[in-house]
Design a protein around this ligand. Structure first.
Ligand SMILES: [Ca+2]
Length: 240
């Protein structure tokens, strides 16, 4: 009897350990943009700054490094009109900046990452630090950016949630939402910059920043039940 109970609890803990695989629990890699070469061919406003495994999917998101003296500032690249000047990364020392502009027929810069498949039916939370530079700079580059836009998050091309508008200028604010993973064999997350819808219904160009992007699994009722069964098994074992 006692032996069966111990074997049972070992089996339960094995299941828990398998479910807690770090790849599945936190699918995003390099969510703080701290590692990897940002501009493989040298810094240029015309090439994307997304370090691997991130890749640009629309125009050229920019990587900022606050160990430099000015906005952008990687490898002596001319400052992008001082965008995010003086801004310190939310996590580490690097972050991504990207634009949604009404110029040039409309621009929504975007970047993606392919992750390990999610567990269908599980709840996941997407969270990030988000900031906006709305001081009206970078006129030659789709500006002036005066809006406080938002970020659409897509999974395999489908909108799963929005990182909502900042309430303050040049300030990191936490944004998150939760979604339920669909049954798919792949998982490609895409972050797409959106213009500020505007108070008078006039869309306003926006230049946004993201850092510390995380996707974490939300413990569901199933795993909670498993935990309590495991706890009961442990309690029984201690009594004996
Ligand atoms: Ca960072």
């Amino acid at each position: 009897m006692a032996r069966n109970s111990i074997i049972g609890s070992v089996a339960i803990f094995t299941v828990l350990a398998a479910g807690a695989s770090p790849v599945l629990a936190r699918p995003i890699t390099n969510g703080s943009f701290e590692t990897g070469l940002a501009y493989p061919s040298g810094p240029s406003i015309f090439s994307a700054g997304t370090p691997a495994p991130w890749f640009a999917t629309s125009f050229t998101p920019d990587l900022y490094d606050n160990t430099s003296v000015d906005g952008w500032g990687i490898g002596g690249i001319p400052a992008y009109d001082n965008m995010f000047k003086g801004m310190v990364a939310c996590h580490g020392h690097r972050f991504i900046g990207f634009a949604a502009s009404t110029s040039f027929g409309g621009i929504n810069e975007a970047f993606s990452q392919a992750t390990a498949p999610l567990i269908p039916g599980n709840q996941y939370t997407v969270s990030a630090c988000m900031a906006v530079d709305d001081l009206g700079k970078a006129i030659p580059f789709g500006g002036p950016y005066t809006g406080r836009g938002e970020v659409h998050v897509l999974l395999d091309g489908n909108l799963i949630g929005t990182l909502t508008q900042n309430t303050l200028s040049l300030t990191w604010e936490s944004r998150s939402f939760t979604f339920i993973a669909p049954a798919t064999s792949s998982a490609v997350f895409e972050f797409v910059a959106q213009v500020d819808p505007g108070t008078a219904g006039i869309p306003t160009s926006s230049y946004l920043a993201l850092d510390g992007i995380e996707i974490t699994v939300v413990p569901g009722p199933g795993s909670l039940a498993l935990l309590s069964v495991a706890g009961m098994a442990m309690g029984r074992r201690r009594v004996r």
